[in-house]
Design a protein around this ligand. Structure first.
Ligand SMILES: Nc1ncnc2c1ncn2[C@@H]1O[C@H](COP(=O)(O)OP(=O)(O)OP(=O)(O)O)[C@@H](O)[C@H]1O
Length: 290
């Protein structure tokens, strides 16, 4: 399923003294079975954009196409349930939203809410738990007995159990240690490859964006500054650095090498210049002594 936005603009608290323009002129496409990373500074509009991808927010101007559903400014879409089912959204620190007595009940909550019979919901929960790497013996435990990383997996499994076509995640690795971060990122990469779903995630890690994503959207002050493949985005790293964004370690290393190379080429050029000057002085001397 494809998601795209056309001239999307969004204001919080529209027509009130607190009105705030959060997004403008957003034209992006999330292709089917793709992996998109959204990067940008705090307050650049990343979370607001994510919430348009499953119809949680309605555009102030423009439209959002989610599969065959169009959400337009000024027109309330009556039935967003199919959209919510197809596009699963995981907010920052989703473990804070766990509330059931057992892991299994928490994972089953979404499917049951969408009318799936209990036994089928339990099957979906089992599969989702496997997908996020939770062992079966945890299913009867209270989610609050688990580690932070495991709790987060439970919350993600709860969204996966709805079998979404697109998984939208707001900083899914925030607060995890490097190992937990890598495990979660590998998990999304596997899900995207094996289940053929699209993954859209906000990340502050340029390493992760360059390693896992096939599309990157750079947000800046409420609009798209740049979009493209990691190669497109990181081929002009100085631009990103000027925006105050980080670049992957490998790119930083490459920049350093280039700088060093420039310096040594500079030195060679200088000595060639110097050589040329000396040759010319020598030739002049030669011509005057004849
Ligand atoms: N509920 C809200 N009411 C009013 N303004 C808001 C609200 N939520 C966000 N904003 C404003 O909208 C703009 C975009 O915020 P958003 O949260 O989308 O940015 P972000 O890039 O996700 O930031 P972060 O990385 O900190 O999560 C900011 O100026 C923010 O202050």
């Amino acid at each position: 399923m494809e998601i795209s936005t056309r001239n999307l603009e969004f204001k919080y608290h529209v027509n009130t003294p607190f009105e705030r323009l959060a997004l403008y002129d957003i034209n992006v496409t999330i292709p089917p079975n793709s992996y998109t990373a959204i990067i940008g500074h705090t307050g650049s509009g990343k979370s607001t954009l994510l919430q348009h991808l499953n119809g949680l927010l309605q555009p102030t101007v423009g439209e959002v196409h989610i599969g065959d559903v169009t959400i337009k400014a000024g027109i309330k879409e009556k039935n967003l349930r199919p959209v919510r089912k197809k596009v699963g959204i995981v907010f920052q620190f989703p473990e804070h939203q766990l509330f059931e007595e057992t892991v299994e009940k928490d994972i089953c909550f979404g499917p049951l809410n969408f009318g799936t019979p209990l036994e089928k919901a339990r099957k979906k929960a089992k599969k989702a738990a496997q997908q996020v790497g939770l062992s079966e013996d945890l299913m009867d435990k209270s989610p609050f007995e688990l580690s932070g990383g495991q709790m987060r997996r439970v919350a993600i499994a709860g969204v996966l159990a709805m079998e979404p076509e697109v998984l939208v995640l707001d900083e899914p690795t925030a607060g995890l240690d490097p190992r937990g971060r890598m495990e979660i990122m590998e998990m999304f990469a596997n899900l995207q490859r094996e289940q053929k779903i699209s993954v859209v995630l906000v990340t502050h890690s340029m390493e992760d964006a360059s390693k896992y994503a096939d599309h990157i959207i750079v947000m800046h002050k409420g609009t798209v500054y740049k979009k493209g493949t990691p190669k497109d985005i990181f081929s002009s790293p100085k631009e990103l650095i000027e925006l105050g964004l980080d670049v992957p370690e490998s790119i930083r290393f490459q920049l350093k090498l280039e700088e060093k190379l420039q310096q040594s080429i500079g030195k060679v050029t200088l000595s060639i210049d110097e050589l040329a000057r000396q040759i010319s002085v020598y030739l002049k001397r030669g011509s005057t002594s004849q």
